[in-house]
Write a new protein. Sequence first.
Length: 200
Amino acid sequence: MSLPRLIVCISGSGSNLQALLDATAAGVLPAQIMLVVSNRKAAYGLVRAQQASVPTLYAPLKPFLESGAGRPAYDAHLAAQLAPYAPDLIVLAGWMHIFGAAFLDRFAGKVINLHPALPGAFPGTHAIEHAFAAWQRGELDHSGCMVHYAIPEVDAGPVVVQALVPFVADDTLDTFEARMHATEHRLIVEAVRRVLAVQP
Ligand code: GAR
């Protein structure tokens, strides 16, 4: 029986991609990563993919903006590049680009996104820093992270799985961030298992 086929989209360090690579290699996530896509050439996640012998695709937005074709043309072009891989699931793991309908409609119900905040809280970039600042102001006693189905809105859509990350006395941004990332690394694997309905 062939394993479910994943594509992972990244823009940066790729530590969540690494969690998926490790889980698939260890067999605790019965799936196969067919391709890693980055919209940033220097993203370290591309190195992680190459080290794991996973094919990579660098897909910059800039040429589409400079030519006037725009974001919908980029989304349609990238969707056309990914379609031949016949993905069962596309995982946005630190992917810093909001896909519109031209991409999402082509893979309906097959795109999930990881975000380091709870549903409705701190969409967009720097969610961890925003939550930490809110805790320092006494406005929060916990944050968390979630994986949700992607919709054309930023960090919103039906939730697959979420986890609370409480603040603790003497937290610094570094200690809080480390707990957040550790939680994300567990959550992203769990989310893929749930969506694909697979178990180790
Ligand atoms: C993760 O914390 C992820 O939740 C966040 O980017 C980081 C990527 O880390 N995503 C967002 O903020 C989406 N709005 P990684 O490259 O080490 O996996």
